[in-house]
Design a protein around this ligand. Sequence first.
Ligand SMILES: [Zn+2]
Length: 318
Amino acid sequence: MNYIVLDLEWNQGNTPPSVSGDPLTFEIIEIGAVKLNSDRIMTGEFSELIKPQVFKTMHYVTGKIIHLKMQELKNERPFPEVMKQFLDWCGPDAVFCTWGPLDLYELQRNMAYYNMGSLSDGPFAFYDVQKLFALEYEKEHKRIALESAVDMLNIEKDIPFHRAFSDAYYTAKVFTEIRRGDTLRHYSYDVFTPPKDKRSEPHLFFGNYDKFISRPFATKEAMLADRRVRDCSCYICRARAKKLVKFFSPNGKYFLGLSKCDTHGFIKIKVRIRKTDDGRYFTVKTRKIVSEEDAKEIIARSAKYKKSREMAGNRKEG
Ligand SMILES: [Zn+2]
């Protein structure tokens, strides 16, 4: 097994795709990566620029951050060629590591645009090193910038930041400083490709919370009607927990619910709503033990939500 620590640079249009009709939000223009063996020793490097096909001018912010000019990309190879070389270099048993949660998703968006499939036929585990660093070193578990993490660990800054290879290199250095076994248990899950059926739905335990990724459903209502999606029992002792707040959706991004286990206390249930490219819905659901204070806040939010719905209903009728 190898760890592939990866970083991408991407460009974007000056107007959002909903206005411009561009087929991609972010077009990858550079892939940088470091290969570590299972003992996390560096054994390989990958660094390639990509000739853009969608955006032919550099977004003003992108250009400023990464110091790359369109002119420099003109003679590079297009994405499908570089990506194929990258996948060959990664090998079949790679565990991907990135700084932050976005890179693998955008990489697969670009792969899909070129009809190259995706990295997996379902959700897969990866390491979000930014999250691991926050868990192990950051007092309040906050996500911080890569360079700040490098400074905190006194890692020598021997190459400049903000290019794909250098950021992958520093991410790898930070990753090798994650030492605690209980931190390394905190895999993240890429859900670019949702589970294809009930049997392949991942259900994971992380000590202080659990996570469940559902297959897609035709509607949000059908998703919420699924037994495993609506399950509010205690994920620690599996006992049936008393439901205190029925699922409500305060902002359209997730459903929120609350239950109480006699032994373990209040359980916050969050059913995030994710949409597939073909317009179906699936969820990344978490259950977490919360304090009484947090529980009260959920009860208050639910009451406020109910009231606003009632008022909207009255307005319609009046
Ligand atoms: Zn319990």
